[in-house]
Write a protein that binds this ligand. Structure first.
Ligand SMILES: NC(=O)C1=CN([C@@H]2O[C@H](COP(=O)(O)OP(=O)(O)OC[C@H]3O[C@@H](n4cnc5c(N)ncnc54)[C@H](OP(=O)(O)O)[C@@H]3O)[C@@H](O)[C@H]2O)C=CC1
Ligand SMILES: O=CC(=O)O
Length: 291
């Protein structure tokens, strides 16, 4: 199968590499073109623009930072819309809001093409290992065509029905994750300030009912103040913002998520946006947690 791939950040690079390793023919494009080099060394072809990738490939996947990047790659000059049409499919796996997905879907459909939104749950390591959870919605026929690629990229795909449901599900999941990260960080600070060993807290948590892969993976590096980015904090804050907006639209009160968002915003204002989202721990430490 031949696919185009737009966006080679932390996630896109790992996902495109996985497709190549499994025998897919992949044509890549990235705004910063030098990021294509590693993929070319693995056998990828390069397109000059999103439009040229879509012109070449029946199916094109995108993995971009946020709604503004997702819209720009479709609607701007040399964008996806210039070449999408009958018989071609576009799959956006970026985390965006439902309105962004719907806008792209309408424009692609007007040109005769098909569109699926397919954001993913799972970070850098699951992307490298093909263990993502894919939250797709939109054109069911295109979804079915993409299953061979989704089977490489993920451990499970959900087809969630109408356009926007994939984005909404992803935002709900990440709203919970961002809130959990804040509670976890507060707990580490509280243990430390109360004279307990935070490392022992990690051991206790891991044996109980709230054990989870995130605490297990992030806890030790948080205790060391090490935040090598797997999921950049700026993207987690974007997801909190979009989830809170979804809450506004549906009159759902989310005081816990709102407080977590404030901590992520504070972290961004301190210049921590490009670090891993667990760097929010630095904010909570600074407000009275472990010194
Ligand atoms: N990292 C993670 O753990 C996870 C991330 N996600 C989501 O996946 C998406 C990608 O995340 P990730 O790979 O970590 O992000 P990165 O910040 O590593 O990569 C972002 C990508 O978007 C591109 N980009 C940004 N702005 C524009 C623009 N205006 N026009 C064209 N391209 C643009 C970047 O290009 P350039 O290289 O030129 O900057 C880069 O390819 C995000 O929506 C994120 O929320 C979902 C699950 C997990
Ligand atoms: O969006 C981030 C993730 O880990 O999932």
């Amino acid at each position: 199968m031949e696919v185009g791939f737009l966006g080679l950040g932390i996630m896109g690079k790992a996902m495109a590499a996985n497709l190549l390793r499994h025998g897919f023919r992949v044509t890549v494009w990235n705004r910063t073109l030098s990021k294509c080099d590693e993929l070319v060394a693995m056998g990828a072809a390069v397109g000059d623009t999103p439009a040229s990738v879509v012109a070449k490939c029946k199916y094109t996947i995108a993995m971009l930072s946020d709604p503004s990047a997702a819209l720009s790659v479709v609607f701007d000059k040399d964008g996806v819309l210039e070449q999408i049409g009958e018989g071609k499919g576009y799959v956006d796996m970026s985390t965006v809001d439902a309105a962004t997905s719907c806008k792209i879907s309408e424009a692609v459909k007007q040109k005769g093409g098909a569109f699926v939104e397919a954001p993913v749950s799972g970070s850098k390591k699951p992307a490298e290992d093909g263990q993502l959870v894919i939250l797709a919605a939109g054109d069911k026929a295109l979804y079915d065509d993409m299953v061979p690629a989704f089977d490489i990229l993920g451990k499970k795909s959900f087809f969630l029905g109408e356009m926007g449901n994939g984005a909404k599900m992803k935002l709900v999941v990440n709203m919970i994750m961002g809130s959990m990260m804040n509670a976890f960080s507060e707990g580490l600070c509280l243990a430390d300030k109360s004279g307990l060993s935070p490392q022992t807290l990690l051991d206790v948590l891991d044996l109980g009912a709230i054990a989870n892969p995130m605490f297990k993976m992030k806890g030790p590096s948080m205790l060391q103040g090490s935040y090598n980015p797997a999921f950049p904090l700026k993207h987690q804050q974007k997801d909190m913002r979009l989830a809170l907006s979804l809450g506004d639209e549906n009159a759902v009160s989310m005081p816990v998520a709102a407080a977590a968002n404030e901590a992520f915003k504070k972290a961004r204002s301190l210049g921590l946006g490009d670090l891993d989202f667990s760097a929010v721990h630095e904010v909570l430490k600074g407000t009275g947690g472990s010194g």
